[in-house]
Design a protein around this ligand. Structure first.
Ligand SMILES: [Ca+2]
Ligand SMILES: [Ca+2]
Ligand SMILES: [Ca+2]
Ligand SMILES: [Ca+2]
Length: 334
């Protein structure tokens, strides 16, 4: 596969191979082989096949190959698709950082190597809203934003239009006062392909899920579990790599990181403790989507004292690599 990809990229056909003359028409099928060997089995020694598929995605010569691109490749239209909670506002498949803490919505587009581009100021009308969450709430494949307006406790959505642009605020409904500070984008936790949202009731500590229906619509609140006041604001992402949204939060009394793996039908496993030492990160923990282009969900947080942004690259199976310091000066953003 790699030899053929090399030839297809313009390499010289060796004279020993069919007398130096070959038909180079295997291209689109690399997507199937490469995804099977690289994404599913973890091999990473096909530099030419990798180069070819990444250059030519999305492949769409047939329904079969188009589907392969859609479901298994990291093509430019994959992130933000269907049930994803990935914040990807420029639709390049790489997770982006966003903040409205200063009253201006800013986006830092991920470059794919754990680093982020400069701040893009989107608009300055955010002072009256809670910290926004990202997900594809209207089901068009582009990440949207959602937040609660503080004075009216109404839920609002801004549908992404690509290239870091959004529609104006669309009001969805009232009564969100108990949920404003814990609103989270869950990805898909009932396996219908649509992005769900959740929040912890500020008084009862009950976690609720609202299943997305597409078109910025959601079903009724489904009570999932209690006892969440002992944890920081949960974040969501697919941390074990099974395609179902998982939860993650820091236990406040022990500063240990915990994960709850989604089991479908809005169910989750019990809390799984991942490790101690998360005290400086509890209030800024965020789910970044994939920011190093290995297809696995990464997490980030800003150190509460130094203001340094750290990234922990996901390895699947609820495992993460060591903290990577990315850049400083993030205190005012979170
Ligand atoms: Ca992006
Ligand atoms: Ca959308
Ligand atoms: Ca769903
Ligand atoms: Ca990753």
């Amino acid at each position: 596969m790699d030899l053929h990809a090399k030839l297809q990229l313009g390499g010289t056909v060796p004279s020993w191979l069919c007398g130096g003359k070959v038909t180079k028409d295997l291209g689109e099928h690399f997507e199937v082989g490469f995804n099977a060997l690289h994404h599913r089995l973890g091999y990473d020694d096909f530099p030419y096949a990798k180069q070819w598929v990444e250059k030519n995605r999305p492949v769409g010569v047939s329904h079969f190959l188009g589907w392969e691109t859609l479901t298994h490749a990291k093509n430019p239209h994959y992130a933000g698709m269907g049930g994803s909670a990935t914040p990807d506002f420029d639709s390049d498949g790489v997770g982006d950082i966003f903040s409205a803490a200063t009253g201006t919505l800013n986006i830092w587009n991920g470059k794919g190597d754990n680093t982020f581009g400069p701040a893009t100021a989107v608009d300055s009308d955010w002072a009256g809203f809670t910290r926004p969450i990202a997900g594809d709430f209207n089901g068009d494949g582009i990440s949207d934003l959602m937040a609660v307006k503080k004075d009216s406790n109404t839920l609002h959505v801004w549908n992404g239009r690509g290239a870091n642009n959004f529609t104006g605020a669309i009001e969805l409904g009232p009564g969100w006062n108990p949920y404003g500070s814990t609103l989270m984008s869950l990805g898909d936790v009932n396996e219908d392909g649509k992005t769900d949202i959740g929040a912890v009731h500020s008084e009862t500590g009950t976690l609720y899920v609202w299943n997305g229906k597409g078109g910025n619509q959601f079903g009724p609140a489904d009570a999932i579990g209690s006892g969440w006041t002992g944890f920081t604001r949960p974040i969501a992402g697919d941390f074990n790599g099974d395609g179902i949204g998982d939860l993650m939060a820091v236990k406040k009394d022990t500063n240990t990181l915990h994960v709850w793996n989604g089991r479908g039908a809005n169910n989750f496993t019990g809390a799984i403790e991942l490790g101690p030492g998360w005290e400086p990160y509890g209030s800024t923990l965020m789910s970044l989507g994939d920011v190093n282009k290995d297809g696995k969900t990464d997490i980030g947080a800003v150190h509460s004292e130094s203001g340094t942004l750290y990234v922990w690259n996901g390895k699947g199976g609820n495992k993460f690599g060591p903290a990577t310091a990315i850049s400083s000066g993030w205190t005012s953003r979170f």
